[in-house]
Design a protein around this ligand. Structure first.
Ligand SMILES: C[S@@+](CC[C@H](N)C(=O)[O-])C[C@H]1O[C@@H](n2cnc3c(N)ncnc32)[C@H](O)[C@@H]1O
Length: 255
């Protein structure tokens, strides 16, 4: 009865046509929401990669327009400066650095200045081309396109520091597990890695994979790597963060 009275008040104030369209759109939203939830549940139950498999990532990012240089994902100049400062504090000087998923080189510029030798690896050729164009003239950078889960062109025990931001948030847990094994293989003893990844299994949107903070830590441990820190904010009083889509950053080492 209450619903009929409510609809009656809508008709009185907005007319029949508007009320009909509004009612239909509410019903469709409800149906679409249920379909979306059941697709997500199917993806989780069957451990499907959804949009986060290597082949899907290659298609998505090969077709991406890189002209904004990835800066479209930078929330503020201060936020970018704070993360660049974190790179400068943690990355070794003149070491061998590896970046996974550089995109158009948003972090690669800072890494290139610190590195003796920098290797950037991406599943997307167009990303690597954009990154190469941004760093044109740098003679310490090697560019590789890979299969989205392994690092066959990087020798064992050859890397001092791994950086990856805004990439593993889109990589399936299965491909991340393959990478974790590769991190263990390519890092030198004493080498470190810093990787940004989903913390809450993709439940907060943002086209995230099913990865969680605990699962990421377990993957590292299962390969013999040692998780050192996990955080979702940094800077003075945690002024900067990756909380919007429920992400975290994990620091790990090879002992
Ligand atoms: C959102 S962009 C971020 C680019 C850059 N890291 C930044 O922060 O601006 C995601 C990047 O990850 C790359 N990527 C996605 N899946 C990958 C995978 N399985 N292996 C390597 N790179 C991947 C994409 O091609 C793209 O360059």
């Amino acid at each position: 009865m209450r619903h009929v009275r409510f609809l009656g008040s809508l008709v009185a104030e907005n007319g029949l046509l508007w009320t009909f369209e509004w009612t239909l759109s509410q019903l469709l939203k409800g149906v679409l929401g249920r379909v979306e939830r059941s697709l997500e549940s199917l993806e989780r139950r069957r451990a499907l990669p959804g949009l986060s498999g290597a082949a899907a990532n290659r298609s998505i990012w090969d077709g991406y327009d890189w002209r904004r240089g990835g800066e479209e994902w930078t929330p503020s100049a201060e936020w970018k400066r704070s993360l660049t400062a974190l790179i400068r504090e943690r990355a070794p000087r003149q070491g061998a650095i590896l970046e996974i998923g550089p995109g158009a080189g948003r972090w690669t510029e800072a890494l290139q200045k610190l590195a003796g030798a920098l290797t950037v690896v991406d599943v997307s050729r167009t990303s690597i081309e954009a990154c190469r164009a941004r760093l044109a003239g740098s003679d310490n950078v090697r560019y590789l396109v890979n299969d989205g889960r392994t690092l066959p062109d990087i020798p064992d025990d050859s890397i001092d520091f791994i950086w990856s931001f805004d990439t593993f948030v889109h990589v399936s847990p299965e491909d991340t597990a393959a990478y974790a094994g590769e991190f263990r293989r390519v890092l030198r003893s004493g080498g470190r890695g810093i990787v940004h990844h989903p913390a809450s299994g993709g439940l907060r949107g943002g086209f995230r994979s099913r990865m969680t903070s605990d699962a990421f830590t377990s993957l590292l441990r299962s390969t013999g790597l040692v998780p050192l820190e996990q955080f979702d904010s940094w800077g003075p009083q945690g002024a900067f963060d990756v909380k919007h889509f429920g992400d975290a950053i994990t620091v790990f080492a090879k002992e």
